[in-house]
Design a protein around this ligand. Structure first.
Ligand code: UDP
Ligand code: MG
Length: 317
């Protein structure tokens, strides 16, 4: 029962086709939350699941007043689902957890103990991953290494969004207007007192991963582009390099035209330089395009998501 002297902890759970996991997840999270002896709310964000996830969540909401739900009008993606959860949360602390039980719910208790030692963010760092997919595992490793080398903010290695954050951080986070969300980067950018605890990441309990390779690639690109201008700088540098290289080639061409009597064969070098310059131009335009696309997203100022339904009352919405 709600006790006004207790703190409120919100747990945000993004859901995309998780019908096989919802019951276990709900049981395990509820046990943990009850053990903390505080008030809590579970915010299920249904990212337009195609299975019976929404039905199951609504059933839970009927028998447990701690269960809140948000239902999206279409699939907006995991990062936006979490962002919506953050906006609709009212806890003094907010925990974010995946629905597929890869993040053990029991760890919320450790996260909570830790944040009470005067921290603002406690994220869960993966000591190991039990993903079945070797390719995905490697891609993650490469991505995190690359990001840490080129980003201007110190984004912690090997962490997802599984973490607990304090209200002050949530309030700042939902004020950040960018449309292409990369929450773990944004939270790192915000600063405050951050720390981590380590855990072994389990394999997905049941169902199929909602993150396709395309979605993962998009997330990786958002992470890199939102937190680094390195690709733009590379474009500039390669542009300059090619420019100077072509100056050299031009000088050589002029020299051989005026001072060498032999007929120039030329075809190979012509092709090489045309292709080289053309290729570099296309590449740099592409990189610039990626940035412009994101500027465009932010300038349009569309809402981040559209709701079909929710049982959460927002005072200021
Ligand atoms: N998810 C979502 N929308 C999507 C894809 C995934 O809300 O479009 C949710 C999914 O239900 C899960 C979490 O995001 O709770 C992480 O997804 P997944 O397990 O597929 O990601 P992975 O563990 O492979 O990174
Ligand atoms: Mg998963």
């Amino acid at each position: 029962m709600h006790n006004p002297n207790h703190k409120l902890i919100s747990v945000i759970i993004p859901i995309y086709n998780e019908e096989l996991n919802i019951a276990t997840l709900y049981d395990r999270v509820s046990v943990v939350m009850k053990s903390l002896k505080q008030n809590y709310e579970l915010i299920f964000v249904n990212d337009c699941s195609k299975d019976s996830s929404l039905f199951l969540i609504k059933q839970l909401a009927l028998k447990d007043s701690c269960v809140k739900f948000i239902d999206f009008s279409r699939n907006f993606g995991h990062q936006i689902a979490v962002s919506a959860g953050l906006e609709y949360s009212s806890g003094d602390f907010v925990a974010i957890i995946d629905a597929d039980l890869q993040d053990p719910p029991e760890l919320i208790s450790d996260l909570y103990q830790k944040i009470n030692q005067d921290y603002d963010v406690v994220y869960a760092k993966r000591r190991s991953r039990k993903d079945k997919n070797i390719l995905k595992k490697m891609a993650y490793k490469v991505f995190y290494q690359l990001l840490s080398v080129i980003s201007q903010v110190n984004i912690p290695l090997d962490t997802g969004d599984f973490r607990i954050i304090r209200r002050n951080v949530v309030d700042q986070l939902i004020k950040m207007p960018e449309q292409n969300k990369f929450l773990r980067g944004q939270i790192a950018w915000l600063g405050f007192n951050q720390t981590f605890i380590e855990y072994d990441r389990d394999a997905r309990a049941a169902g199929e991963p909602g993150y396709s390779y395309r979605k993962l690639f998009r997330l990786a690109l958002d992470g890199i582009i939102s937190f680094s201008n390195m690709p733009l700088r590379l474009a500039t540098i390669s542009g300059f390099l090619v420019f100077f290289l072509s100056l050299v080639i031009i000088c050589y061409t002029l020299y051989s035209y005026f001072f060498k009597s032999s007929t120039p064969q030329g075809w190979a070098s012509l092709m090489i330089s045309v292709l080289f310059i053309g290729g570099t131009q296309l590449m740099t335009i592409g990189i610039i395009g990626e940035y412009i696309g994101r500027i465009q997203n932010d300038v349009r100022q569309r809402p981040l998501y559209v709701l079909r339904d929710t049982n959460i009352q927002l005072k200021d919405k």
